[in-house]
Design a protein around this ligand. Structure first.
Ligand code: R7I
Ligand code: MG
Ligand code: MG
Length: 296
């Protein structure tokens, strides 16, 4: 059944990459202030590292049928070398350069940030396709998402962020399939209860107690919205936003962009999840056409 897995993962990638590229158009705060739903940013929307690494993940899943960490490290390193200017995080650049020089990924990843490993949001930003690939298999998702994170983000928070986004993506796919829809807050509660003890988990538990109709700016100031570009500061808010916007991809993207913070990544995370909830028709052709073509 790999063709079906692959189609789901590529739908997640479409939502993720269009979101990443759309979000990146609001890189400067004065553009965010002027964000207007009647005025789509002019093409072409270039995608960033979030999409680069998500493509690497899908390549490995399609080649190996699972997250083979050595292959993933190789893909990440070669994709970085081919296009180093996609806006990678500082730790990630350091790591990918070292991996490209032949240092084993296990050492390079663990040695980041004086030996703590990274808790950047970079493992979470690329994780939706994993949840889509293994949709409905939470134990496998937890395992495979952790493997995918470890290659670059060996800190427990970095891994928890990836697991959370992958679980939320799977939940969104199942929500779409369900004849009787479970309440949207279940995205948060069912994800949190499966996570390792972490700040990410605590943040999602906190998010589950915030009504989905709350003004998003208020929620962002409570949970963080990625200004630190860490998993803890990014994932709880993105999952809360996704839960509240399962039916409309465009509204989800505009709402996410207007908040500010790590906009490309927030839109990538929310977009990957919401596309699985709406199905392929949720991501408009015009938005897809505005995003630059994906380089595989
Ligand atoms: O996580 P990562 O790949 O960055 C992803 C972000 C996204 O917004 C992308 O769109 C791109 O813009 O970058 O890169 P890392 O450098 O591993 O982590 C991101 C940042 O988190 C780091 O540069 C640090 O500021 C912070 N950080 C840490 N700080 C202290 N101690 C991550 N881990 C640590 C840590 O252990
Ligand atoms: Mg980016
Ligand atoms: Mg970013």
């Amino acid at each position: 059944d790999n063709p079906e897995r692959s189609a789901r993962a590529r739908l997640a990638l479409e939502g993720l990459s269009v979101g990443d590229a759309f979000g990146q158009q609001f890189f400067f705060p004065w553009i965010v202030e002027r964000a207007d739903e009647n005025c789509l940013p002019a093409p072409r929307w270039n995608y960033t590292d979030d999409t680069e690494m998500a493509i690497g993940i899908i390549q490995v899943l399609e080649e190996a049928g699972e997250i083979d960490q050595a292959r993933l490290a190789k893909r990440f390193a070669e994709r970085y070398l081919a296009e180093p200017d996609r806006g990678y995080g500082a730790g990630a650049i350091d790591l990918l350069k070292r991996m490209a020089e032949g240092i084993h990924w296990t050492d390079a990843s663990r040695e980041l940030f004086s030996g703590s490993g990274s808790f950047g949001n970079g493992a979470a930003m690329r994780a939706a396709p994993i949840g889509a690939w293994y949709a409905g298999e939470p134990d496998t998702i937890i395992h495979q998402a952790a493997l995918s994170a470890e290659v670059t983000h060996s800190h427990v928070e970095g891994k928890a962020g990836a697991i959370a986004v992958a679980l939320a993506a799977s939940w969104a796919h199942e929500w779409r399939q369900a004849a009787r829809k479970p309440p949207a807050t279940e995205l948060l509660t069912s994800t949190a209860e499966r996570l390792p003890k972490s700040e990410v988990r605590r943040g999602i538990e906190q998010a589950a107690n915030i009504p989905l109709k709350t003004w998003p700016f208020e929620v962002a100031s409570e949970l963080g919205c990625g200004h630190q570009i860490t998993a803890q500061d990014t994932v709880p808010f993105c999952l809360w936003l996704a839960a509240g916007q399962l039916k409309n991809y465009c509204t989800a993207m505009w709402t996410t962009a207007r908040i500010g913070g790590d906009i490309d990544t927030n839109c990538a995370i929310v977009g990957g999840i919401v596309a699985l909830a709406t199905g392929p028709d949720g991501v408009p052709d015009q938005w897809r056409a505005h995003r630059e073509a994906l380089r595989w």
